[in-house]
Design a protein around this ligand. Structure first.
Ligand code: SF4
Ligand code: SF4
Ligand code: SF4
Length: 366
């Protein structure tokens, strides 16, 4: 069953966030975002396919019984290279794009078993998602000049139904009283959740501190450790940024930016940063998770995606300066603030001035 870590959902960072990727992908309509601050979950409708977990940019969703990072390591140890919903994943759509690329880079070849999709009730949403991930990952591998491939085959893998005697012994040795009680409690918890309707999520007091923490996702850490073990291409291709769902390159319109500081304060991964004086905005594509919240909070619409992305960023990452601000004291309250337009008053004094002018019907400067 799916769970939400509320403090990791980008919607908890700003009411302006438009993220609803989990709602869009869910094949059973178990997740509802609509205009709610955070996604609500109908646990009785969730079938645990994990597709929402895979598309969530910030790893806010997770399954009780499937963890993509643990799967990554066990798959790396496995000599086999087959990924199948009858073997090792709840659905192939539970795999996020970064883990797929990383596994392909390290294994040289991986196979998606698509043989069970026909006739599967959730394939109408999950199969196109798997195909999309396959296409994006294959494009990225080619752009990195890697010889690794991801094949989609109709293998219809079925695991052996016979339990070997050794496995039976192992099974019975685990049936202890302690395990039985744990299983019962887990079962009761699930039953209780399954009978609930849409469960709303709210932020707890303890979540507030977590919101301020910048976090690099586990899938990004794995991606970069896979890149480190990959042969650097002889030349770095520049690719269509539209094809990438997991990171981005930013452009910032200096004429539109008001130096409000919202974008880098809200950025959950630390891809957008400034210095102690707030005199600039830097961008590190190495860390960006393409969650879009910086675009959503920018009132002046100053941030946009670059149409291209250089593969160099994976192998020789660089921090890019997007803009520099001048830092000065407010003529009225003496507070230090950053500005991009030669403004003499800080935002607060300026806002108070404008409010007073509106109230008293005064035109022009006061
Ligand atoms: S996809 Fe993730 S970040 Fe986006 S709304 Fe759903 S839980 Fe939140
Ligand atoms: S880019 Fe937008 S959000 Fe960021 S400081 Fe400039 S105006 Fe504010
Ligand atoms: S820079 Fe990237 S990670 Fe940071 S808020 Fe923007 S899209 Fe999200």
């Amino acid at each position: 069953m799916i769970q939400l870590k509320a403090s990791r959902c980008v919607r908890s960072l700003s009411k302006e966030s438009q993220c609803n990727r989990c709602e869009v992908i869910c094949p059973t309509d178990a997740i509802v975002v609509a205009d709610n601050p955070l996604p609500s979950i109908n646990f009785s409708a969730c079938i645990g396919c994990g597709a929402c977990d895979a598309v969530c940019p910030s790893e806010a969703l997770y399954l009780d019984d499937f963890n993509a990072t643990n799967f990554f390591f066990s798959f790396m140890e496995d000599e086999d290279n087959l990924i199948s919903c009858r073997k090792n994943v709840p659905c192939i759509a539970a795999l996020n794009i970064e883990n797929i690329i990383s596994m392909a880079l390290l294994k040289k070849e991986i196979i998606f078993d698509m043989g069970h999709c026909d006739g599967c009730a959730i394939a109408y949403k999950c199969k196109p998602q798997i195909e999309k991930s396959h296409e994006e990952a294959s494009y990225m591998l080619r752009a990195m000049m890697s010889e690794s491939i991801i094949r989609m085959e109709n293998l219809k893998y079925e695991y052996e139904k016979e339990i070997k005697e050794s496995n039976r012994r192992e099974f019975f040795s685990k049936v202890t009283l302690k395990n039985a009680i744990k299983t019962k409690m887990q079962f009761e918890k699930e039953i209780q959740k399954a009978t609930d309707e849409l469960v709303e999520h709210t932020l707890q007091k303890s979540d507030i501190a977590l919101l301020k923490q910048k976090r690099i996702t586990d899938r990004r850490k794995l991606f970069f450790s896979a890149i480190k073990r990959t042969q650097k291409p002889l030349l770095f291709h520049v690719i269509e940024a539209d094809e990438m769902t997991f990171t981005s390159m930013k452009l910032l319109d200096g004429d539109k930016c008001t130096a409000c500081q919202m974008c880098y304060r809200v950025c959950p991964s630390g891809a957008l940063t400034s210095d102690i004086k707030n005199s600039k905005i830097d961008f590190d594509p190495f860390l960006c998770i393409k969650c879009h919240v910086c675009h959503d909070v920018c009132e002046s619409d100053a941030i946009s995606f670059s149409p291209t992305y250089s593969v160099k960023e994976f192998f020789e990452p660089e921090v890019h300066n997007l803009i520099k601000f001048s830092v000065r004291r407010c003529d009225e309250c003496s507070v230090i603030f950053s500005t991009n337009s030669g403004e003499r008053l800080c935002y607060r004094c300026k806002a108070e001035d404008e409010e007073a002018k509106e109230l008293w019907g005064i035109k022009g400067d006061m």
